[in-house]
Design a protein around this ligand. Structure first.
Ligand SMILES: [Zn+2]
Ligand SMILES: [Zn+2]
Length: 134
């Protein structure tokens, strides 16, 4: 699959800038979810923080990336290619702090009282990844 960041932005209804394309490319090339600090460390351009956080927020609103909130309330982000697969569990390695998406695993189903609706469901499975398991 070839990935064209400007086409992907257009598809999501986001006007392209060189900076947005760079952030998107960093997220696309990462197999694991990244914190804002980790994204910033990989950037070649150094934008002001407002532009950086606005970009992250815009990507989140346009379902280009999704936010993962960990047990300690820290957050990581990962690109999402198909908006309908945005809800899935995540695995957090407690030893190397890696966070991976588990898009093929079903979310645990909650049966809610009448009249209740779900807006978000955050499922984090924590443990040791394949590299950290003895
Ligand atoms: Zn690990
Ligand atoms: Zn995910």
């Amino acid at each position: 699959m070839t990935f064209n960041s400007s086409e992907f932005l257009a598809l999501k209804g986001i006007s392209r800038t060189a900076f947005r394309e760079e952030v998107l490319s960093i997220l696309h090339h990462s197999d694991v979810a990244l914190s804002t600090k980790e994204i910033e460390d990989k950037l070649e351009q150094t934008p002001d923080r407002v532009t950086f956080y606005r970009t992250i927020k815009l990507f989140e609103e346009k379902k280009t990336i999704h936010k993962i909130v960990l047990e300690d309330q820290s957050t990581k982000y990962r690109i999402i290619y198909e908006a309908d697969k945005i809800h899935h569990p995540h695995f957090h390695c407690l030893l190397c702090n890696k966070v991976v998406c588990l898009p093929d695993m079903p979310l645990p189903q909650c049966t809610l009282p009448n009249g209740f609706t779900i807006q978000t469901q955050n499922t984090i499975v924590a443990g040791a990844c394949e590299k950290c398991t003895f």
